[in-house]
Design a protein around this ligand. Structure first.
Ligand SMILES: *[C@@H]1O[C@H](CO)[C@@H](O)[C@H](O)[C@H]1NC(C)=O
Ligand SMILES: *[C@@H]1O[C@H](CO)[C@@H](O)[C@H](O)[C@H]1NC(C)=O
Length: 303
């Protein structure tokens, strides 16, 4: 036992020093800890769900369509689906957890442009808004609340960019905040310099909106978490109060060769210089985070 463990360790050391001579990027890859998201025997989402999108605060119609087109791109009809790498091919990784794809159909959008509960929201305000948004859609409903850049939410920026949770009478909810004016370095990286840590030049946001393209990153992560760990007893690693889920276990990885501070290799649109790794409906391009693939036990990237 001990000998084979030592041999393995030696092998690893030899491999890593070989890689470091060849390429520092490979070294970072070799050193990535083995990642396993444990299944905690709870329910996972599978099948058809209705998704209600509530925009809280003021958004332009252009901003709203960035988010709505993203959600539509997750489960397009086969005929409309753009070629991979696509938003739909990214979302299909969640089906490897449950053995069935989650199909999301977007309900008519809701707007709360009068800031009905103010510009300073507690976690329970967010859950209440989500509950109202999902009301009447039945048990297979997911509410997504996106708060505008001028709305402060409990814990936003200081400890999180969004959350997902359960919802009485419905399936669950996701909340994400537009971080453009409060903390783009934290919640819209790699489209903005991070506040600390290794620095690389920010990428150009694919839809020209740092805050909303950042919302897409977090929304995609939280939707994947809502599908694969809806009740806190699905797939995750670490403590249940601070779980690393399907996408948050792969934080900071957007393409192959990623290492801390560097999002990895992604595609670049020649005309705009924008970075992306997934095509969406209506000619949209998005940058989506890597997702842990239960079949390979790796953070899987599209490019
Ligand atoms: C899910 O919805 C699609 C149409 O969007 C339909 O073809 C399919 O039968 C539905 N599946 C279930 C299990 O209801
Ligand atoms: C949200 O995005 C930021 C920036 O990419 C990232 O650091 C953070 O981990 C993400 N959080 C979630 C819940 O996806």
């Amino acid at each position: 036992m001990a000998t084979s463990a030592c041999l393995l360790l030696l092998c690893f050391l030899l491999l890593s020093s070989y890689s470091s001579a060849a390429s520092p990027r490979k070294l970072a890859l070799v050193q990535q800890p083995h990642l396993v998201l444990k299944y905690h025997n709870g329910q996972l989402l599978r099948g058809n769900y209705t998704l209600t999108l509530l925009f809280y605060g003021r958004f332009s119609s252009v901003q709203r369509s960035i988010i709505a087109d993203f959600i539509r791109s997750l489960s397009p009809s086969a005929a409309a689906s753009p070629p991979p790498p696509s938003v739909a091919s990214w979302w299909l990784t969640t089906a490897r957890y449950a053995g069935a794809a989650v199909h999301l159909s977007l309900a008519p959008q809701l707007l709360d442009e009068s800031y009905s509960v103010g510009r300073l929201l507690s976690s329970s305000d967010v859950a209440a808004l989500a509950g109202k948004a999902a009301a009447g859609s039945g048990p297979r409903a997911i509410a997504v609340v996106v708060t505008a850049a001028d709305v402060a939410v409990e814990g936003f920026c200081s400890s999180r960019c969004g959350t997902h949770g359960k919802l009485a009478g419905a399936t669950g909810f996701v909340w994400v905040g537009d971080s453009a004016s409060q903390c783009p370095g934290q919640c819209a990286w790699p489209f903005h310099q991070p506040p600390y840590g290794p620095q690389t030049a920010p990428l150009v946001a694919p839809n020209g909106d740092v805050g909303l393209d950042g919302v897409v990153i977090n929304l995609s992560a939280l939707l994947a978490g809502a599908a694969t760990n809806p009740g806190g007893d699905g797939y995750f690693q670490g403590p249940a109060e601070a779980p690393l889920e399907a996408v948050t276990a792969c934080t900071g990885v957007f393409g192959s060769g990623a290492y801390p501070g560097n999002p990895g290799n992604v595609l670049v649109d020649r005309a705009s210089g924008a970075s992306y790794n997934a095509r969406g409906l209506a000619g949209r391009k998005y940058l989506l985070p890597a997702m842990w693939d239960p079949e390979t036990s790796q953070c899987s990237t599209l490019v």
